[in-house]
Design a protein. Structure first.
Length: 97
């Protein structure tokens, strides 16, 4: 990943790591574990040390009905997620939302 981030930085881009939304049942089964929390802490620190922002959107869609399966969002949910992510990134960049 570091090589990808370095290449982007050289091209004038700023990387952002986005943890994608997951269904509540998937989060409960796999991402409520202490190991996942430790991983996210390590990832956030490593990214922060390199000036890379981490956006944890894993819980942005709180209903099972937001997903067609445990990982894939419905079309309506994709639109809501994209709008929210765009707003978050615009705000961070100081752009109008």
């Amino acid at each position: 990943y570091q090589a990808i981030f370095d290449e982007g930085r050289q091209a004038g881009d700023q990387a952002v790591i986005v943890v994608m939304p997951m269904s509540p049942s998937h989060r409960a089964a796999f991402y409520a574990r202490p190991l996942w929390r430790a991983y996210m802490q390590a990832l956030t620190k490593l990214a922060g040390d390199r000036g890379i922002r981490v956006v944890d959107a894993s819980d942005w869609l709180p209903k099972e009905g937001d997903f067609v399966d445990h990982l894939h969002m419905t079309d309506a949910s994709v639109s809501r997620f994209s709008a929210r992510l765009g707003g978050e990134l615009a705000a961070t960049a100081g752009l109008p939302q």
